[in-house]
Design a binder for this molecule. Sequence first.
Ligand code: SF4
Length: 416
Amino acid sequence: MQTTDYKGYEAVFGKEDRGKTVLIPWFTDFLSPMIPAIASLAGYTFVNCPKTSKKSADVGLMYGNNEVCYPATLVLGDLIAEIQTGRYPLDQLAVAITQTGGQCRATNYIAHIKNGLKNAGYGQIPVIAIAFGGVHNNRQPGFRLPLRKIFHAALNGLLFGDAMGTLLNASVVRERNKGDSKQVFDAYLYRAEQLIRAKQAKQLPNLLEEAVDDFNRIEVIEDRTYERIGLLGEIFVKYNSYGQAHLTQWLQDQGVEVVLPSMGSFFMQMFVNARVNARNGLEHTGWIKRAGLAGLCRYFDSKMIRFDRIMQCSRYYTAREDIAAIARDAEQVIDLSHQFGEGWLIAGEVAQFVKKGIYRVVCVQPFGCIANHVVAKGIERRLKREHPGLSLLFLDIDGGMAAVNLQNRLKFLLTD
Ligand code: SF4
């Protein structure tokens, strides 16, 4: 793929920059702590920004274009606010962001961040795009993603983090002593990070076994029932606590168990998408690539099955379905060629919730996200027709939204 410079931004991440500190925005509590450890395997020094906060929203709005989607504002604000602390010598600093290459704005975050950095007076800081395919509009000769070095750590880390998030959400609402579940969660995330740094990521399934045992030992209040609510929507606001206005926390404080879809499915959907695009003539995939993708999909799935078997020992385990089953359910409501934003996944995840007996579902959508508006709110009527009894609440979130407004709407959902 041809790579060109974003016009007007001279800083390039060259080979001589490989030793620089690379700042990355905070994403989510169950994955972000492991990312610098994974990057260290490739020889890079990644540092997480602090957790996203009101300051991120304010700073992001100050230096960025306010017509972008809310996650883009938060990501920019995370980075600039951290640079402004003065903790890092500017000539030893770079920033990095993932580039999805899809049809939503995530592909254009690079330009947004460069523009914001220039506005804030940091136009000399190189910006790295982390992408699995080709990089679009960014020259970065000093950065290479050595998949062979990080592949197993990244995959095990993703599945481990996903499982830890599930364990935490099931346990935190039932715990007798406030803080017990979070303490176990933090301790195991720390141990996971240490294992990855020591190139022992293959031990993560064993670590998960220990974590499941420890979560099972937490003292809980059993003599009551816990309402369950499914929370889905755009990936950043769903998994980032500030991005979702701490709705998960608020619901848990009301004694509600919040169930989130697995992050693994988000990545697995690329295999279905490739198949659908080839079938529809949108991508011309040779048989070698097709066979490679099919093999990779089987490998990912076998890994997910392994982690799932461990999770079956959790006292609050609920069965998972594979991505093919999720896609089949989604297809009843929306064509699988809808692949922008969360694509058809939201329709499939709603069906998963219903199968688990969860009929109250909240869909969080960031301000400015046209992609998810189409594939979520746009199919509301069809979802309700397909799943009688479903209560579906769409919440649009942005920096100016008062949390109490969101909570009031959630109260209606809870009493519905
Ligand atoms: S899915 Fe929506 S909110 Fe997320 S990056 Fe894309 S446009 Fe922005």
